[in-house]
Design a protein around this ligand. Sequence first.
Ligand SMILES: *Cc1c(COP(=O)(O)O)cnc(C)c1O
Length: 388
Amino acid sequence: MQITPAARLGLLPPYLFAELDRLKKEVQQRGIDVISLGIGDPDLPTPAHIIARLQAAASDPVNHRYPDYEGLERFRAAAAGWYRRRFAVRLDPAREVCALLGSKEGIANFPTAVVDPGDIVLIPDPGYPVYYSGCVFNGGEPYFMRLGKHNAFLPDLGAIPAEVAHRAKLMWINYPNNPTAATAERAFLKDAVDFCLKHDIILAHDFAYSEIAFDGYRAPSVLEIDGARECAVEFHSLSKTYSMTGWRVGFVVGNAAAVAALGKVKTNIDSGVFQAVQEAAIAALEGGEDKLHEYCAIYQQRRDLMVDALRSLGLECARPRATFYIWAEVPRGHTSGSFTERVLKETGVVVTPGSGFGKGGEGFVRFALTVANERLKEAVERIKALRF
Ligand SMILES: *Cc1c(COP(=O)(O)O)cnc(C)c1O
C-alpha cells in the first residue's frame, strides 16, 4: 500500500536547507574542510557540576520511574527561585511553573492548548519556525509581524489591523531574538502586554536566550511588566544558558490557566522529564553564574571577531548585545540564498540564509558563533578573503 502523509504536513514550507545540504556534500567531496556556522548549538560543554549531579541521580532507583507530569516540586521551586533572584518576580511553583522536555516541546504544544481552528496566531517574521508549525498543525491562521531594520526588529503593534487583533488568540515574541539577535527594552514588553490585554490575546514570550548577553546587558522578563500575569507566559530553556541542548529540559512560567492548559495537553502526549535530568537542571539553576559569565565572555570575543571581519568586507551588521548569532545584510546584488551558496562554495563556511526563517529574513544571513575559537578564526580568515 501507499502511505499518504496527513494533509497538515503539506502546510509546512518546503525544506529550504535541502539545496544547502546537497551543496555542502559537494564541497566536502572536493576535499574542502567545511566549517558550519549554520546551527545554533553551543560547542562549549555542559558545566561539570551539572554532569556530576546527573551521574549521581541516574544511579538512584527513585529516579527510574515515571516522573510527575508537571515536574518535581523541587524543580519547579528551583525555577521559581531563579526567577525571584534574576527578575525579582515571585511565582507560585505549584500553579505558575511547568517542566518541559526542552522549550521547543512547549512551544510546539502550546497552540494545541489554546488555539482553536480559525483563530489567528501573530507570528514574527523572520522567526523560529516552530511558531508557524504549531499554529498550522492546530488549524490556526498565521498572521506575520514583519521584523526589519526599519522597526529595529520589533513588531509594529500599531500596524496590526483591528480585525486581525480581534480574531487573534495568541502572539509570539522572542527577545533576545533568534535569528536577528535583536533585543527588546522593557518599554516594548509593556506595549506588547498592554496590546494583548486590550485585545484578549495570550502573549507567549520565547526567552531561550535570556542569559546569553554581553557588555553588561540584562534581558528583561515579560513577567516584570504589570498585568503580564493576566495574559502572558514565558518559555524558558536551559539549553543555551548552560550548554544543555542535548538534555531536553526547559520550563514554562506565567499565567496559571495557560500553564494548566499546556500541562493538560502534555499529560496526553508525554510523561515528563527524566528525574535525573531534573536534578541536574536544579543544580544548573542553583549553581551560580560563574560558568555562564565565562561562556558569555567567550561568545562576546567571537562576536567581536566576526562583526569586525564582516564590516571590514563592507557587510552591514549590528554588534548584538545578546544571543550567539550575527545577523548580517547580504551584499548588493545577492539574495540570502545566492550569498550563502557563494560563501559555501568559495570558503567552505556554512551560514544560514535568512529566508529560511520566513520571507522577512530575505536579504540577510545568520552566522552562529557556536564553533571552537580556532575554527571560528579560520572561518573568519576565509571569509575575509572574499571580495564583493
Ligand atoms: C534553541 C531555541 C529554542 C528551543 O530550545 P530547547 O532546546 O528546545 O529548549 C526555542 N526558541 C528559540 C528561539 C531557540 O533558538
